[in-house]
Design a protein around this ligand. Sequence first.
Ligand code: ZN
Length: 337
Amino acid sequence: MEYLFGKEMQPKIVKKGLIDNCEKEVTSFELNSQRFREIKLVNTKECPICKYKKFESFAKVRDLSWVVCLNCTHHFALKYPDANNLKLFYEEYSDDGKLEPYRIEDDGTLKYRLENVDKPKYESITKIKGRAGSWLDIGAGLGNMLHLAKNDGWDVCGLELSQFQADYAKEKYNIDLIQKDVIPFYNEDATKTFDVITAIGYLDLIEDPIHSLSIIRKMIKKDGLLVVSTPNANSFSAKLLQLWPESTIRLCTPVDRSLFTEKSLTYALREAGFEPFKCWYFGLDYFDLFLHLSIKNTEFKNSEAGRILLESFNEFQAVIDKNKLSDGMIIYSRANA
Ligand SMILES: [Zn+2]
């Protein structure tokens, strides 16, 4: 495995909305956790990745328990709704925007996000797969990644369940996202294949990552590239969460189902017929520390100490990244013959 470490970021720009509203975020997370606990939850009996049946406690986040698989180190929510109840939950609560992962920021912030969050990821992919071909983005969000690819001549296709985000992609980039999950999308026409498939922040939300990855395997061209990104359970942020679960607002949200480690993610990819060859660690762990402290003491974010932490973010974070303790990771894989 080849490793890459770090990505420059200015959280004070890209996360301005979150910083300004961090106390409100906590309230919203508490409310959504409560709503989530009110629906029928089912006990998970085995690790969703390796099927091992022994696990130990990782953390209790707003009364929802998270455990660690003692075999493959995968972290997952111990109780989760079945597919029907989950659908009902989303239908009931998605209208007020509380479940949307992104706030719509002003144009300047969006431009910064496109240049500094999406573009480096996009370029890491085109560096490997230079010539424009076909690109499928699963969980396409606001359509930023596909917008960049489309501008470079890629033939793009995106799947996104959220109406709100699909509307945004249409209005902002004139990209028609398909509101389907990957399995029904494949079943509709099993002949379509892609040169690049990306799933940034998708595998951590679904019931059976290996099954979905096996379907993705059928849709990738022989020399195609799969790029997946998930939060990292072996991270400084995850250790902060264990210490202060009441003020976490980035990891283990109520609708999250899995928190991968590099070990459990590469296990899942190999099981599904992929060979991972490159892993990029980068994250916002020091920003996460900033958020915890800002929630604990409302004066922190406007204090001199808070300012130093934010101003020096990239230097602090570089130490975390080079030790593979970042809260984010991207893994690049090729399909096995
Ligand atoms: Zn496992």
